[in-house]
Design a protein around this ligand. Structure first.
Ligand code: FE
Ligand code: MN
Length: 440
């Protein structure tokens, strides 16, 4: 028995040596470090202990923006299963980690992230979004009541997420929760805190807009110089968008001083920015000869529930694609019986379509001059458009929508009809693939 064990041990150390030999050979041939990064955004996690899925929560959900808040714990667990299965080198979460900055949600999410780092060694970096800090809307739900629950301060944020950026940072900005992380010698991450939380209590709500202060911009410049000196590529990550992702919906989403920031980013040689906040999967470039790209990652809690996968090769550049969270696979592995989870692709699509259709019907309710049948066609067009706009797949349905009767009715509607401009603008720039990007 002992001999057999010894033999097994010898064999496994031989195998280990062989593996080590391989990587040694790779190092010798100076193969540059390839990195795989997962990028998720706007989880809006709500701790199960704050939500009994009772009357108050149901009521709260009727005014919701289509987020799968009821299932955010299973969705987060399913996402973690994907991360543990694929073991990326890096996981980035670009803000709005919690529903409304509840301390309990932050702590529970941090515990989940801890389990990833332990299981896979994946380096995790997070930044706050406008919902995460000093949020006067932090609430729990019990029976027919909503109750006020603790939110957190910026100091709490750096403490709760200390293992997910704040202690590993090679440099931290003094006046914000921005920091510089160096997951590899070739690729550095500028993790930027663009939210403004200090007036939230006074205003009674989380401020939606964001900015980079002159001091933070000066600190970014220094990071840029350091990266240039050490020949590292810089990627910026922030909650607010650097570029307008929509002609109609951009106020409060795009950084207030985005032009100034764009200039500084270009000085730093940044080509790629990751943002969130708008809950759309959408890629925009500034359209110049040396373009800078802003990839807005869709919300992890919104249809189609996906994240980005970026691979970086110092010689080949960047390759970006999106991937759906395998909620169904997780539900099966866990033996979950809830059919909404075991059949999540159908459920999520139907849920989101219904929410969009309802929104469209509400908006059209007071519009005069259309029959019910016409309004129904218009609402269906908007439903289809919304579903694909959020998934970043307008390019796949654009022709079909343009040819539909519902679209024709929108197109010829009076300019005063709300939502008309939104629909036209979505289709106007809907020719691009928003789920893929290659940067050589
Ligand atoms: Fe958000
Ligand atoms: Mn946000």
């Amino acid at each position: 028995m002992i001999n057999k064990k010894k033999w097994m041990l010898a064999l496994s150390s031989l195998l280990l040596l062989a593996a080590a030999g391989c990587s040694f050979a790779n190092n010798q041939s100076k193969e540059p470090d390839k990195l795989t990064l997962f990028v998720a955004s706007d989880i809006h996690y709500l701790a199960p202990e704050l939500n009994d899925n009772g009357e108050a929560f149901q009521k709260y959900m009727t005014n919701s923006d289509g987020k799968f808040l009821r299932y955010i714990d299973p969705i987060t667990n399913a996402f973690i299963r994907d991360v543990n299965g694929q073991k990326p080198d890096v996981l980035i979460i670009s803000g709005d980690l919690t529903n409304n900055g509840e301390k309990a949600s932050h702590k529970e999410l941090a515990d989940k992230l801890e389990s990833i780092e332990q299981e896979t060694g994946t380096k995790i970096y997070v930044i706050p979004g406008n919902h995460d800090i000093k949020n006067p809307w932090a609430r729990g739900f019990q029976g027919s009541e909503q109750y006020v629950t603790d939110s957190i301060t910026p100091e709490d944020f750096a403490d709760i997420y200390q293992d997910f950026g704040y202690t590993e940072a090679v440099s931290r900005d003094e006046g914000s929760l921005s920091y510089l992380a160096t997951p590899s010698k070739d690729l550095w991450l500028l993790m930027l805190d663009t939210s403004i939380s200090e007036f939230n209590e006074l205003m009674g709500n989380p401020m939606i807009n964001g900015e980079l202060s002159p001091e933070t911009l000066a600190w970014i410049r220094k990071c840029g110089e350091q990266a240039k000196n050490e020949n590292a590529r810089l990627v910026a990550v922030m909650h607010h968008n650097l570029l307008d992702h929509s002609k109609v919906l951009n106020k409060g989403f795009t950084l207030d001083n985005n032009e100034e920031a764009l200039e500084v980013f270009k000085e730093c040689g940044i080509q790629l920015v990751f943002s969130g906040h708008i809950h759309l999967q959408n890629i925009k470039s500034d359209g110049t000869d040396h373009p800078i790209y802003d990839i807005a990652t869709g919300s992890l809690g919104v249809y189609p529930v996906q994240y980005g996968i970026l691979t970086f090769d110092p010689t080949d550049g960047f390759d970006y694609n999106t991937s759906l969270v395998d909620v169904e696979g997780w539900a099966k592995a866990e033996g979950i019986e809830d059919e909404n989870l075991t059949g999540f692709s159908d459920y999520s699509k139907a849920y989101y379509s219904e929410a969009s259709l309802k929104k469209a019907k509400d908006r059209l309710a007071e519009v005069e001059g259309y029959t019910d049948k016409e309004k129904q066609m218009m609402a269906e067009t908007m439903g289809k458009l919304n579903l694909n706009y959020f998934a970043g797949t307008i390019d796949k349905v654009r022709e079909e929508i343009l040819a539909s009767e519902g679209y024709h009715l929108w197109e010829t509607a009076d300019p005063s009809v709300r939502t008309k401009n939104y629909i036209l603008s979505v289709l106007e720039d809907g020719k691009d693939n928003h789920n893929h990007l290659t940067l050589r």
